[in-house]
Design a binder for this molecule. Structure first.
Ligand SMILES: Nc1ncnc2c1ncn2[C@@H]1O[C@H](COP(=O)(O)OP(=O)(O)OP(=O)(O)O)[C@@H](O)[C@H]1O
Ligand SMILES: [Mg+2]
Length: 289
């Protein structure tokens, strides 16, 4: 099986539906209130919002780590509640916000092999998946290393590789760029782009608005357990939505702010910037002569 056929055909990627989902932790903390969200097969979607707004709680419902207090989570119209965690693991890969809650093996390659092995992958195919996933995140040279000898940012990439190797139709990344330098962010972007290209559903939680604006086609904004904005990046980062964004302590990406000032919209391209700025320079020069 090649990476390209990882999820089979796009038709095998289940749709997701949160139907009036509310969730309270055992200590009574109400983390989600009446969330309704439909995510189609193969969508690329970013979830943003202030700390504690319920983003991680929401995605933990996708692989059975949490079950709604009320409401339902559906995959292809079927309630996930009675589904076995093992079956869900084959459908939804979740890279944890905190890699140290995910990693347990004494060797990088063993860590990455764990997920696909649990899905029944063996032999050459397993080796190939481990090799490809480590390559994808830039850890190919660390196959024999103990994960705890890696720094935080590389443990985070290892957690990502472990999920990538499972080749699940739905890929969920909780704050994948946290702690990454430019090269690490580029690796994460490449993972997102490849999975999206393959027709898989990619859901990422992020505080990195440039990453969100540039890598995702849909942005969901959460505040105190509710979805308050949901749309294309052009709309969510557009000037009309700034007051609501700022109410949840999010700053629109710099490109969106500058784009709005230059009349280029919320998701300007680099070349439109250059054209607009050189146009201004010419206009200024013209006004001095
Ligand atoms: N295990 C837990 N027990 C009790 N309350 C929890 C637990 N985990 C999270 N919470 C609370 O639930 C709410 C939502 O938390 P959650 O981690 O889902 O938010 P988040 O949007 O992912 O935040 P962050 O951006 O900080 O990661 C917060 O009030 C948080 O304190
Ligand atoms: Mg979180």
């Amino acid at each position: 099986m090649t990476a390209g056929s990882a999820a089979g055909s796009t038709a095998s990627v289940p749709s997701i539906e949160f139907e009036a989902v509310s969730f309270a932790y055992p200590d009574g903390t109400r983390a989600l209130s009446d969330v309704a969200l439909r995510i189609g097969s193969g969508e690329s979607i970013a979830i943003v919002g202030q700390n504690g707004s319920g983003k991680s709680t929401l995605v933990r419902h996708l692989n059975g780590l949490l079950r709604p207090t009320s409401g339902r989570v559906l995959l292809d119209g079927r309630d996930v509640r009675p589904m076995h965690v093992a079956r869900l693991a084959g459908l939804v890969g979740l890279a944890f916000q905190n890699p140290d809650r995910q990693l347990f093996a004494g060797r990088v390659s063993t860590e990455v092999a764990f997920g696909p092995r649990n899905l029944g992958v063996r032999g050459q195919e397993l080796e190939e998946r481990v090799r490809a996933a480590l390559e994808e995140v830039g850890l190919a040279a660390e196959a024999a290393t103990n994960p705890y000898d890696l720094g935080y940012s590389r443990r985070k990439l290892l957690a990502l590789a472990s999920v990538v190797a499972m080749r699940t139709p739905i890929l969920v990344l909780d704050e994948p760029t946290t702690g990454q330098d430019a090269r690490g962010v580029a690796r994460v972007r490449a993972v997102v782009a490849a999975a999206t290209e393959e027709g898989r559903t990619v859901i990422a939680i992020s505080h990195d608005m440039a990453f969100v604006a540039e890598c995702f086609r849909r942005v969901v904004v959460m505040r105190v357990g509710r979805v308050i904005l949901d749309g294309r990046p052009e709309a969510v980062f557009g000037e009309a939505a700034w007051p609501e964004l700022r109410a949840t302590y999010l700053e629109p990406p710099l490109a969106a702010v500058a784009g709005a000032r230059l009349g280029l919209g919320a998701t300007p391209t680099a070349s439109s910037f250059v054209a607009a700025l050189s146009g201004r320079a010419w206009a200024r020069r013209g006004s001095h002569t």
